[in-house]
Ligand binder design. Structure first.
Ligand code: NAP
Ligand code: GLV
Length: 328
């Protein structure tokens, strides 16, 4: 008998056909997440779930799905999943690291350039007819070349952003949970700094940590006060890594120069006051949203789900202890 699976997001026909060779597929055909009630109803009786970051995969959901054996998240971040609850129930959780690194780093760098050079603000003003002449002191912005970038969380994406910064002649400071070996720091051209020192020195602070108990509100009122008045905060990690209300206040009071955001605390809702500010560039959580990367992510997530259901080891397992327990 075929495995029953749910694909909770809208994927292309070729991925659904690939899954349908081995599974009975129920799929969300809409470009919006399944609501909670529909998701809870749809997981009853499924063996596998190809999940999106918009799905809260918690103990309640797992209890509604007693046959569930594999949750394949189509994302590298998996803060939407209660991994401990999955592990306790013997459910394998997988994610899609690596393939989205370059796309997300590109967006972080686009936000660095867009905020510093006021790309969106000046586009708006040009369209609104505010450009009436060339003048030496008009529409000034800040240069990126030669400035200091502070990367918080020097993992795959953080490193890819650091590599791009080299091309702009930037000095790169980093703060991360684990420090690189001296030769790795030299090869990447980065220098370790304690978090507060990084915040004090960086012209651009770019966040690349996963969301966890440790990183929730890593940047709050205190940290924003440490940053230079001429600096920019770039967040392509997870919204809740930043205290968004404190950020709105800091931007409104011009305690920092600007911010570039792709992620928000209560997506897709924006913090009150955010859209009224012209020193922030807002993107709708699209770090990995290139044609190339999203197709690869879907393919990888499908491969992980099929491997897990066949009893094979998927390529990227978040809770490998489930597999060793099964084997033991
Ligand atoms: P990664 O390779 O695991 O990198 C994360 C880095 O953060 C690691 O170096 C990790 O240290 C470090 N870290 C973890 N906890 C920390 C802490 N408390 N303090 C300081 N550093 C800490 O992950 P990645 O592939 O670069 O992805 C990073 C995150 O980006 C994802 O989790 C996701 O939330 C987000 N993301 C967003 C988008 C988007 O569309 N905007 C797209 C992709 C990813 P260790 O080396 O010690 O583990
Ligand atoms: C996207 O946000 C991801 O974590 O892949």
């Amino acid at each position: 008998m075929k495995h029953k699976i749910l694909v909770s997001g809208h994927l292309t026909e070729d991925i659904l056909s690939l899954l349908a060779r081995e599974c009975d597929v129920r799929a969300n055909g809409e470009d919006r997440p399944m609501d909670r009630a529909a998701l809870l109803e749809a997981v009853a009786g499924v063996d596998g779930l190809l999940a999106m970051i918009t799905d809260g995969i918690d103990a309640e959901l797992m209890d509604r799905a007693p046959r569930l054996r594999v949750v394949s998240n189509m994302a590298v971040g998996y803060n939407n999943i209660d991994v401990a609850a999955a592990t306790a129930r013997g459910i394998v959780v997988t994610n899609t690291p690596g393939i989205l690194t370059e796309a997300t780093a590109e967006l972080a760098f686009a936000l660095i350039l867009a905020t510093a050079r006021r790309v969106v603000d000046l586009d708006r003003r040009t369209r609104a007819g505010e450009w009436t002449c060339w003048a030496p002191l008009l529409f000034l912005s800040r240069e990126v070349s030669g400035k200091t970038l502070g990367v918080v969380g020097l993992g795959r994406i953080g490193k890819a952003v650091a590599r791009r910064a080299q091309a702009f002649g930037m000095k790169v400071l980093y703060h991360s949970r684990s420090r690189l070996k001296p030769e790795e720091e030299r090869d990447l051209g980065v220098e370790y700094a304690e978090r507060d020192e990084l915040l004090r020195k960086a012209d651009f602070v770019s966040l690349h940590v996963p969301l966890s108990g440790e990183t929730r509100h890593l940047i709050g009122p205190r940290e924003l006060r440490l940053m230079k008045q001429t600096s920019y905060l770039i967040n392509t990690s997870r919204g809740a890594v930043v205290d968004e209300a404190a950020l709105v206040e800091a931007l409104r009071e011009k305690r920092i120069e600007g911010a570039g955001l792709d992620v928000y605390e209560n997506e897709p809702l924006l913090a009150p006051g955010l859209t009224a500010l012209d020193n922030v560039v807002l993107m709708p959580h699209v770090g990995s949203a290139t044609y190339e990367t999203r197709m690869e992510m879907a393919r990888m997530a499908a491969d992980h789900l099929l491997a897990g259901l066949r009893g094979q080891r998927p390529a990227h397992v978040v809770n490998p202890e489930v597999l060793s327990r099964r084997r033991g």
